[in-house]
Design a protein around this ligand. Sequence first.
Ligand SMILES: [Ca+2]
Ligand SMILES: [Ca+2]
Length: 218
Amino acid sequence: MRLGIVLLASVVSLSPAWADVVSNFDLDAQGWTGITADLPGYTMGAVYAPTYVPAGYITITDPNSSDTFFRAPAAYRGNLLQYRGGTLSWLTFSDYAPNYIGPLVVLKGAGMTLVYTPTTQLSSTSFTPLSVTLAPGTNWAHAGGGAISVAQFNTVLGSVDELWLNAETYFGVVETVAIDDVLLHSVLPVGVPEPVELSLLALSVAGAGLARWRRVRV
Ligand SMILES: [Ca+2]
Ligand SMILES: [Ca+2]
């Protein structure tokens, strides 16, 4: 048991934190695109080039009656397990006063689609900061409904195929939505073992404890 605690302590004491993934749109759209998708299936529709605004942000103008999203580039896909429990934050505004509460974040991976829908409309007509925690919570659900387990959330984060941010804030095909300063931030120090490694560590600790118990019994 003592060995396990020493092992875990040495792993946790490693630092610094995992690197942030940032899109500040200082020079260009940084690989972001616009897409449409219909609820509740969230099948990706047409892809649109966002408008790059030289002031340093990007916009998408609603192209049709489907929901519109900003689609993240490759830096926000793949194995994002080190960001579990961390935050995805960004700034957004709509040129029409928002009157539609659409999905704020869509995460796809491992055959699952996870959706974060806010309780109230969070966008406005001036840049507003939004932040979503990357762990199961009251506003997260599977597409079509159903609570997400921690294991399911981690499975998706370990193999992200798609990450979308909301670009649909208004009933009607009229609004233009902007995003800026997208930030994927980890709260875990570098070196924190992934869940599968943690469970292996737990097994080895349990094994060591069992061996000791057997020795004591003999
Ligand atoms: Ca910017
Ligand atoms: Ca609209």
